[in-house]
Write a protein that binds this ligand. Structure first.
Ligand code: GLA
Length: 726
């Protein structure tokens, strides 16, 4: 049993880790532990200091050391003496904002809970258990159900909360986090992933300061600027040693991660929907479900933590036919043509690509409505026959005739003012009456909270999918959302819109996935602006960044790898000079970087020299050979490209018989020694031979002395070393 309860202490045990809570004599749910499995109750670590200005609950009577402000709480609330960041806060019908949650009962069930209307980790019934702890406010009829999913073999614990209004009057929820956890001891550092468009998930690691530090998004999307994932680690934690814990929020809207270092040097972390763009009126007898936070921890550094997240996200979050399958190598016309194409141009790109071994042609933005630039046409999901003469069906047939699949770009959540749709339904665009709406990339946002809007999109997309053999959809979303207002919501409920938007998006994606189970969905938001575990529940891969520069990509993909599996990373070889940076990198280096993902091309291969075309054909052969190892193997970060002179990573098969080391030496220095890189995850006793050489090494040698990177000459030197057991 993964969950047991003794003396009101809850033990949630996975293979290597343990999570512990206690409902104490006052019914306060205390957080006792998250970390290595100790076979002990960890209550002995509680201390009850007498701290000035740390108030005492009434029932503590003359005990001045029992304070909600100093104890490690499982789900802190506002208004009753804990002055740290609350997990939940509400406004009652009388205007008061206090909530004092006390333990009532618990339930344990087999299997993993699911969450209505929201994505959640799933698992076969025998591989997971669910614990529910029910708390109730001391003075009102508000209950909070804390849900825990315990995935024993994965070393993963999920959390989510349900807020239930059993009272007779509505209550307003101002904040409802998915995760809250207190760590009374330890000197923590946090690692978060910040960036901007074309520069997502840059890794930043910092010590905690007293007070609150935060990463988050109020953009209606998880965003390029911050990612809904966070890592807390001990100061000495490295890739391979030390304790760390991580959390990802399975949510694609605005989120908030806050970390507070309090007056006693205790750390609290909360994570959930961003309260600045959230408010929810909870009617009598209604429940509110928070999104899910997925937690894992490792006593052996970040590498192990990442491997645990890769596995749970790939196998227990991603879904559908392509979840474990090899993905088609694709060619996308965006950087090849932008809006300037017709059916012949697309066919020519496809034809050359198919000759070189590419599996699928993806037609990007510009195939629909009147869309010759980015200011028009969004919403008009019917084929632009001026560009695609003869229609989509004919083009797809010709491309299928090459033995290729065909995929199509959509940006369903948006509307251009210059569109047919806008003429008929200007009211479907999000705007606040009396204000000019904010434009982003000249476009407005469709009100995804409205059923008629989603119905329109479902029908419009279905019509296209039914009209031709479309086997892939790139689902884009190219602006941050503001001007929150929905005509369908009353004035008192406008604060619900950002969350309802995300629910609407998920509902539409679910409908389409169910109706078209064979279609591969790739998520996208100006590249990786919505690269999160919520979207990965619907799309097994996401375009990682609009930056296709191979050097920059080593950093973007490095940051992405802390939580997200390699199979989820959309990555393509593009032309040089690179369109985002002007940088020239060798074709070979662009390919190894793009191989650390779903792999494809984004240029007109007709423009390459004969030599380069041969190279592309060879790259595709290599990817087909290495793809299963890349996607199913264990991934290791062998350097830190944010500061090292090279970006190197590796994939090791589960049976440790195959190793692929890939990456890039950034710059060559004169008279330099060759760089040895220490491999990881090998069998020390096995012997490995380097492909195309007679060189044989023990696993121990490769892990202790390392393997030489190639002698570098020039910049951005590709690395690809394949070793197999002899
Ligand atoms: C976004 C995507 C790109 C491309 C363009 C098309 O920026 O990230 O890959 O599809 O939109 O407009």
């Amino acid at each position: 049993m993964a969950v047991r309860v003794e003396d009101r202490i809850f033990y949630l045990e996975t293979k290597n880790t343990m999570y512990q809570m206690k409902a104490d004599e006052h019914g306060v749910l205390l957080h006792l532990w998250y970390g290595r499995k100790t076979e002990n109750d960890m209550e002995y670590l509680l201390s009850y200091p007498d701290v000035g200005f740390a108030g005492n609950i009434y029932e503590a009577e003359d005990c001045r050391t029992y304070s909600l402000n100093t104890l490690p709480l499982e789900y802190g609330t506002a208004g009753v003496g804990d002055h740290r960041i609350p997990a939940v806060s509400v406004t009652h019908a009388d205007g008061s904002t206090a909530l004092d949650l006390r333990y009532q009962e618990y339930k344990i069930c087999k299997g993993k809970y699911s969450i209505p209307e929201l994505p959640a980790v799933y698992a076969p019934e025998e591989e997971a258990e669910t614990l529910e702890i029910i708390l109730k406010d001391t003075a009102t009829d508000i209950r909070v159900i804390l849900k825990y999913g315990i995935m024993e073999n994965l070393d993963v614990i999920t959390r989510s909360a349900v807020i239930v209004n059993d009272g007779g009057k509505p209550v307003t929820i101002n904040r409802a986090h998915s995760l809250s956890m207190d760590m009374p001891y330890g000197s923590w550092e946090w690692v978060h992933f910040h960036g901007r468009h074309t520069m997502e998930r840059q890794v930043e690691r910092a010590s905690l300061l007293h007070g609150v530090q935060e990463s988050g998004s109020t953009r209606g999307m998880s965003s390029h600027q911050q990612n809904p994932s966070v890592l807390l680690c001990e100061e000495n934690c490295t890739e391979t040693s030390g304790f760390c814990m991580g959390a990802v929020l399975m949510y694609s809207g605005g989120f908030q991660t806050q970390i507070e270092l309090d007056q006693l040097n205790q750390t609290r972390i909360v994570m959930g929907i961003h309260p600045d763009t959230f408010q929810w009126v909870l009617d009598s007898k209604e429940s509110f479900y928070t999104p899910e936070a997925v937690l894992s921890c490792s006593c052996e550094g970040m590498e192990k933590l990442s491997l645990q997240f890769h596995k749970v996200i790939r196998e227990n979050v991603c879904r559908g036919k392509y979840k474990m399958a090899e993905r088609p190598v694709l060619i996308n016309n965006w950087e090849a043509t932008y809006f300037d194409f017709d059916e012949e141009k697309i066919f020519n790109i496809a034809q050359k690509a198919s000759e070189l071994g590419v599996d699928m042609m993806v037609l990007d933005d510009g195939w629909f409505g009147k869309r010759d630039n980015d200011s028009t046409g969004l919403g008009d999901w019917f084929v632009n026959e001026e560009k695609l003469k003869g229609g989509l069906g004919k083009l797809v047939e010709r491309i299928n005739g090459l033995g290729m699949k065909f995929g199509l770009w959509f940006e369903p959540e948006m509307i251009s003012e210059d569109s047919e749709l806008y003429k008929v339904h200007p009211d479907w665009a999000v705007r606040i009456p009396g204000r000019s709406p904010m434009r982003g990339r000249f476009q407005l946002v469709l009100d995804m909270t409205r059923k008629e809007v989603r119905d329109y999109l479902f029908q419009a997309i279905s019509r296209i999918l039914d009209s031709a053999n479309v086997e892939y959809i790139k689902w884009d979303m190219n602006r941050s959302i503001s001007d929150w207002y929905s005509m369908d919501l009353s004035s008192g409920r406008q604060g619900e819109m950002p969350h309802r938007y995300v629910l609407g998006l998920y509902e539409l994606l679910e409908r389409l996935m169910t109706a078209y189970p064979d279609v591969l969905f790739e998520g996208c938001s100006g590249g990786g602006g919505r690269f999160d575990a919520g979207m990965l529940y619907y799309c097994p891969q996401i375009w990682c960044s609009d930056d296709t520069d191979a050097y920059e990509r080593t950093k973007i993909q490095y940051g992405t790898s802390f939580f997200y599996p390699i199979s989820a990373v959309g990555s393509h070889v593009s032309a040089v000079p690179n369109h985002q940076t002007g940088r020239i990198t060798p074709l070979s280096a662009r390919a190894v970087t793009a191989m650390a993902g779903s792999f494809g091309y984004e240029l007109d291969l007709n423009n390459l020299s004969e030599e380069e075309k041969t190279e592309v054909a060879e790259q595709i052969v290599r990817f087909k050979q290495y793809g299963p190892l890349i996607h199913n193997g264990r991934y290791y970060r062998l350097s830190n490209p944010m500061k090292d002179k090279f970006g190197i990573w590796s994939f090791v098969s589960e049976d440790k018989k195959q190793v692929l080391v890939q990456g890039m030496i950034f710059r060559t220095e004169p008279n330099m020694l060759r760089y040895p890189v220490r491999l990881r995850g090998l069998d020390p006793a096995k012997k490995y031979q380097l492909k195309d050489t007679e060189d044989v090494y023990t696993g121990q040698a490769l892990m202790s002395g390392g393997i030489f990177l190639p002698q570098a000459w020039g910049d951005y030197v590709p690395v690809e070393l394949y070793l197999t057991e002899v």
